[in-house]
Design a protein around this ligand. Structure first.
Ligand code: ZN
Length: 196
């Protein structure tokens, strides 16, 4: 197996890439500058050692605390709960939301043996109980698992002093936050429904 074959094989394991797209990328790299390939290889090599979860919200970052948590101009009374770090990227692109985030690192899924202990739910409940937190906005994907996780969190927060709301309106059922357009997402933020 040549290095080209091995690269195609490995790229084809990435989400959304089949063998054909993997081959297209590999041949593109073969024709690209050496500097571009070196940079890419370096970024991939450093990814696992340099990037780690923020100690507050579990968003991926290079420092101990992510740029959102470290920004004093963000509204410290709002916590938007998302499934994955990349959902923050989608949310930030709307420019609509100025509060903080909390990354669950997945959703409850008994079939895949994902229970509350595998997620950052305990940390969220602790954060939500701190003085000054006015609202927890559940922004899990509108799937069965996303809704179940949202309801579970709402139940745990029923005794807390903060309000709980759900980002739902306008989001297609069974859809992914990642594929929702900016305007729809911005509207679903403004029209979020109260759960508590
Ligand atoms: Zn953070």
């Amino acid at each position: 197996m040549t290095v080209l074959d091995r690269l195609i094989r490995d790229l084809a394991r990435l989400p959304g890439l089949g063998k054909k797209s993997a081959a297209r990328i590999a041949y593109h790299l073969l024709a690209a500058d050496q500097a571009f390939c070196d940079n890419l290889a370096d970024e991939v090599a450093q990814l696992k050692s340099r990037i780690r979860p923020c100690t507050v919200c579990h968003n991926y970052c290079e420092a101990e605390i992510c740029p959102v948590c470290a920004d004093p101009s963000r509204d410290q009374g709002l916590i938007c709960v998302v499934e994955q770090s990349q959902d923050i990227f989608t949310m930030e692109a709307t420019g609509e939301y100025k509060g903080l985030y909390h990354v669950l690192r997945g959703v409850l899924s008994p079939l895949d043996s994902v229970g509350p202990e595998q997620l950052t739910i305990a940390e969220l409940i602790e954060r939500a109980g701190k003085p000054g937190v006015r609202e927890v906005i559940i922004a899990t994907n509108p799937t069965l698992e996303g809704d179940t996780t949202g309801l579970y969190i709402t139940k745990l927060l029923s005794g807390a002093s903060c309000r709980v709301s759900r980002l739902a309106l306008g989001l297609p059922v069974g859809g992914d936050l990642e594929y929702t357009d900016k305007l729809t997402l911005a509207r679903s933020f403004r029209n979020r429904t109260s759960l508590s």
